[in-house]
Design a protein around this ligand. Structure first.
Ligand SMILES: C[C@H](O)[C@H](O)[C@H]1CNC2=NC(N)=NC(=O)C2=N1
Length: 91
């Protein structure tokens, strides 16, 4: 099982635009219209299934919030940081 990172390690390595919120990392992506956000959420779902590491995704009008944590490990791990970078690459 992956090791949980401490707040300092996370702060040092969190990609721009992401924030640490408790035992999760989160980012809100903005879009010009609702369906662009829906399409992005679907792409996030696809890479999450590929990596078998799944976020909470909240789709709102013109924005999508993505939140990662490693449930089994009980906090933020390398996998979460990796998935954050992968989500950013979709933009
Ligand atoms: C049984 C467990 O849910 C699976 O091993 C995977 C599925 N996707 C997952 N996603 C996330 N974010 N954390 C997990 O610990 C996790 N575990």
């Amino acid at each position: 099982m992956a090791d949980v990172l401490d707040d300092g390690e996370i702060a040092d390595r969190l990609p721009d635009g992401w924030e640490l919120d408790g035992d999760e990392i989160a980012r809100i992506y903005e879009f010009d219209d609702y369906l662009a956000g829906v399409a992005f959420a679907s792409e996030v779902g696809e890479i999450s299934e590929e990596q078998f590491h799944h976020p909470e995704i909240r789709i709102r009008y013109e924005e999508v919030e993505v939140r990662f944590t490693s449930h089994e490990a009980g906090g933020v791990t390398e996998q979460d940081l990796d998935m954050a970078a992968r989500c950013d690459e979709l933009r």
